[in-house]
Design a protein around this ligand. Structure first.
Ligand SMILES: [Zn+2]
Length: 68
């Protein structure tokens, strides 16, 4: 385990850009794809891991409905 890599968000959808399922909480307050660096919306420090996951999933759904 690389200590620099945050915990994978278990409920996050796979990355729409590279297909990776390795979505983690980034160094700052957003969900991030480990493989291509795509990020979800940034949140406050007191937001929960579930919130980061929800934001990421929301963004993924928006990306997939707005065409390629
Ligand atoms: Zn990715």
């Amino acid at each position: 385990m690389d200590p620099a890599v945050s915990t994978t968000l278990p409920s996050a959808l796979p990355c729409p850009f590279c297909g990776s399922s390795r979505i983690v909480k980034g160094e700052r307050y957003f969900a991030m794809c480990v493989d291509c660096g795509a990020t979800g919306p940034e949140r406050n420090s007191d937001a929960s891991q579930r919130k980061f996951t929800a934001d990421w999933n929301t963004r993924i759904n928006q990306a997939s409905t707005s065409g390629h």
